[in-house]
Design a protein around this ligand. Structure first.
Ligand code: MG
Length: 251
């Protein structure tokens, strides 16, 4: 017999798969599994950078619920869209532009989606700039998922700012990791390599899916993260993110 937790987690996964976003279903299922492990670890809350419209948020919520929801997910975004979400870029959605400010604003739709899916007991929105929040964040985290802006400056700031907040034994997930440059931009892959090279992380087996990679902290203190300069300050959005899974009509 399936438990109530499993049934609710499966429903959240179904809702995640019906939510607009760039994450592939296999990546979402992997995030669910990693989130379940993180919740069970007792190491602290989870945090994702890049909420957008709630697709990854709901996959992560499914994992937390499946594991008994002993903690919560902080879902962080300034909600004005990453560089590659702005007008003129392939992933731009003009329906998300606020008529008054002229800026992108994905917060109303993210909030409505999380509430409509009944996930607001395990998901807490954090609104603001990632680097400022990271600089003021003191709670150790069981899991960090980096999927914000993919320009070098933003990606490296997210990686540097948040990878240090993960408790020993916790997990670091990075989206849009493309070893082949023809598949997409370099910064997520470079941060992934830095994490491994630093000795602070090893690959967590069983979670890699498409461009998602999940690393496990080793507890080693040494870090390369502050020393290396980004190789490019230009945003180079991954080619494969141009096909957003848009299910706005059913949300
Ligand atoms: Mg992504």
């Amino acid at each position: 017999m399936i438990s109530a937790e499993h049934a609710r987690a499966d429903e959240l996964q179904r809702l995640a798969e019906a939510t607009t976003g760039l994450l592939k279903p296999a990546e979402g299922r992997s995030l669910r599994n990693a989130a379940a492990r993180a919740d069970s670890s007792g190491l602290g809350p989870l945090l994702e950078i890049g909420s957008y419209l709630g697709r990854s948020t709901l996959f992560l919520a499914a994992g937390i619920v499946e594991a008994g929801a002993s903690t919560v997910l902080y879902s962080l975004d300034h909600h004005h869209g990453s560089e590659e979400m702005q007008a003129g870029w392939p992933d731009h959605d003009p329906t998300l532009v606020d008529a008054t400010s002229g800026k992108m604003d994905s917060l109303p739709r993210w909030r409505r989606r999380i509430e409509d899916c009944g996930a607001d007991d395990v998901v807490i929105g954090v609104l603001g700039r990632s680097e400022i929040i990271a600089a003021n964040w003191t709670t150790p985290l069981s899991f960090v998922f980096i999927d914000g802006g993919h320009g070098a400056e933003v990606e490296w700031a997210d990686y540097r700012g948040w990878s240090e907040k993960i408790a020993p034994g916790g997990l670091l997930a990075i989206h849009d990791v493309f070893p082949d440059p023809s598949d997409g931009g370099r910064p997520p892959y470079e941060c992934y390599l830095d994490a491994l090279d630093s000795g602070r992380f090893v690959e967590a087996t069983g979670y890699a899916a498409d461009s998602l990679r999940v690393l496990l902290t080793t507890g080693a203190g040494a870090s390369n993260a502050g020393a290396e300069s980004p190789k490019s300050m230009l945003a180079t959005p991954p080619a494969t993110t141009s096909a957003a899974i848009n299910t706005a009509a059913s949300e």
